[in-house]
Structure formats: structure tokens, C-alpha cells
Write a protein that binds this ligand. Structure first.
Ligand SMILES: [Zn+2]
Length: 336
């Protein structure tokens, strides 16, 4: 491991709670032995060759199965926060889809995640984004959005935004729903252009979300189009770049051919994220190491990406100031 990438104070803006569960946490949640076996089997398959998106979604299902009780959700959240902290993340935005289980309502699920965040005593600021799954249709999607808005009003310091996620090959993007979220004061981060869908990408960009996830199929070289790329360049919406996730899922052919190259070349806003560090067996430090290795960036570039990411975060402005101070102090101490 590159010591600089490990020690650098880092900002994580795109981490799904369930996909971030490490195998240690899954083991700890022990009552799901069958799922864990499946998890390891699939993980082994993943090491050998790249997987399709659908196969990755099967893996996410295994992690979901491990968190069917409030106790498990609490432990999972606590562990993920601790693991990011141990990887020297100083700010973490977790995201998760509110869901109900046999012994837990959707609201209780959110309450449990919030409680674990509130109980965090580590030196890492943690915020929560609640996700709408692409599979949800009206009126279910509207009900979930109403719950998200209600929970945001109850925990305005923790719940900061809404995310649209799920299998990009299914479901639709309902812009009206996200307009409503925006009007209620929630920030927006949309998984955007993971697969080619020019019309949807255009609609998303026109909504002016605060950030977009992946941004894979926008540039004409990466299955997007000139029109979309021009629109993106006008909007300059920060992109959440998840290298390992994209390569493992096959939405990017290789690290060297990753679309983030266009962002680097054109000095466009982006942040580096893990997406699902458990499913993809990665860490935020590893993602920075990959970025440095494949795109010839120096230590100062990596520091700047994190420093800029503070601006793109949904933290309060006083928290952003604090994060900037930490990064500047670290730079003075450890960088020539
Ligand atoms: Zn994601």
C-alpha cells in the first residue's frame, strides 16, 4: 500500500451502506451463514474475471440479507464508519435505501442507521443520503420520498440528501419526484449514465443535481454524445468516480481507459469514491492508489482532489471549514 494514499485525510462521498460491509462484518453478523458462504463463493468468482452488472447486484443481495434486523443494521453502520475512519477518511457520506423487513419498518431502518451515526465518537464526520431504488414506481416511490423528507426534517444535521440508485438496466428516472426532494431542502446525487441512456442523462443534467454518480456514458468516447458532453461541460456538476466498481462491473473497459481521464484532462470537478468497498473488495486509499498509478498524478494532485471534494460534500459550511483546516494542517506537516 502506498503510504501517502493511506495517510492522506480523505473525503468519501459515494458509499452504499450494504455494499460497504466487509467480510469481517458479515462474519460477525453470523446468523446468515448461508449468505456468507455465497458471498465468499461469489467473491472468488469476482477475483478471476470481471462480472456483469447483474452479477454484482446478486452480491449486493447477499449483503442485504445480512442486515435484516435493527441490531444487524446498527452493527453494520458502526463497522463501516469505523473502517472508513481506520482508512483515514475524515468525512463520510453513507447512502442507503430505506427498507422494511419482517421485524423492522422502513422508518425504523432509517432511525437505526441514524442512531449508529449519532453514536459515532470517532474523529470522522458522517452524513446520510437516503436512496430511491430505480425499481420503485408510483405511488411506492412517492411514499418513500415522503418518508425521506419526514426523516430529513427530524434529523436535518445527519440526513442531507437523496440518491437515485439500483440496477441501471431497470426502472425509470422520475424527475418530478426529485424536484420535490430539492424543494424540501435535500441535496441530490443521482447515479447517472452507468449504461447508455442519452435521454435519461439529459433529463438528469437538466435537473441540476448537486452531484452525479459514475457519469460513465456522457463523453462521446464512452458511449455518450457530443451534445451530452457539451451540456455536462456547461453544468459542471461534480462527478463521483468509482474506479474499481466501474472496472469490475465492466462499465469501464480498464483503469487506463476509464472515462475519468476526460475530467482530469479538462480540469472538470470530480471526487474519488469506493461505491461498495465490501462487494468490490477495495478501500478509499486503494482507489487513490489506482488513480495515481493509472493517471500519472502526483501527491499534490491527490491532496487537491480531496480538498476540492469538501466543496462538493453536503456538510454544513462550518464543518467544511473544519475539514479544510484539517487538510491544510496535514499538508503543512507532511507535504513538502
Ligand atoms: Zn453507487
Amino acid at each position: 500500500m502506498n503510504e501517502f494514499c493511506k495517510n492522506l485525510p480523505k473525503i468519501e462521498l459515494h458509499a452504499h451502506l450494504n455494499g460497504s460491509l466487509s467480510s469481517q462484518t458479515l462474519k460477525k453478523l453470523g446468523c446468515f451463514d448461508e449468505s456468507i458462504e455465497e458471498y465468499h463463493r461469489l467473491n472468488k468468482v469476482m477475483e478471476r474475471s470481471s462480472r456483469t452488472l447483474d452479477e454484482c447486484f446478486l452480491l449486493f443481495k447477499v449483503a442485504h440479507n445480512a442486515t435484516r434486523t435493527k441490531e444487524a443494521v446498527y452493527t453494520a453502520t458502526k463497522d463501516v464508519i469505523e473502517e472508513f475512519f481506520n482508512d483515514n477518511a475524515i468525512y463520510l457520506e453513507l447512502r442507503t435505501t430505506p427498507r422494511s423487513e419482517e421485524c423492522m419498518t422502513m422508518e425504523e431502518y432509517v432511525e437505526t442507521v441514524v442512531k449508529a451515526i449519532q453514536d459515532n465518537k470517532l474523529n470522522i464526520i458522517v452524513k446520510l443520503l437516503l436512496s430511491i431504488d430505480r425499481r420503485y414506481q408510483l405511488p411506492a416511490s412517492d411514499n418513500v420520498m415522503n418518508l425521506i423528507i419526514k426523516m430529513k426534517n427530524k434529523y436535518p444535521d445527519i440526513i442531507k440528501g437523496v440518491d437515485l440508485s439500483g440496477n441501471p438496466n431497470v426502472g425509470i428516472f422520475n424527475s418530478e419526484l426529485f424536484k420535490k426532494a430539492k424543494e424540501s431542502g435535500l441535496s441530490l446525487s443521482l447515479h447517472c449514465g452507468e449504461v447508455k441512456n442519452d435521454k435519461e442523462v439529459e433529463e438528469m443534467l437538466f435537473l441540476n443535481p448537486d452531484r452525479i454518480g459514475h457519469a460513465t456514458c456522457i463523453h462521446p468516447k464512452y458511449e455518450g454524445s457530443e451534445e451530452l458532453w457539451n451540456l455536462y461541460c456547461q453544468k459542471l456538476i461534480p462527478a463521483e468516480c468509482c474506479l474499481t466498481s466501474n472496472v469490475v462491473c465492466g462499465t469501464s473497459k480498464s483503469y487506463a481507459n476509464h472515462h475519468i481521464l476526460e475530467w482530469i484532462k479538462n480540469d472538470l470537478p470530480f471526487t474519488i469514491s469506493t461505491d461498495d468497498k465490501g462487494v468490490f473488495n477495495t478501500t478509499l486509499s486503494t482507489e487513490y492508489e489506482l488513480l495515481q498509478r493509472h493517471f500519472d498524478l502526483n501527491d499534490s494532485d491527490l491532496w487537491k482532489i480531496n480538498y476540492n471534494s469538501i466543496d462538493y460534500s453536503f456538510a454544513e459550511s462550518s464543518e467544511k471549514d473544519k475539514l479544510r483546516d484539517i487538510m491544510l494542517e496535514w499538508k503543512t506537516k507532511y507535504m513538502k
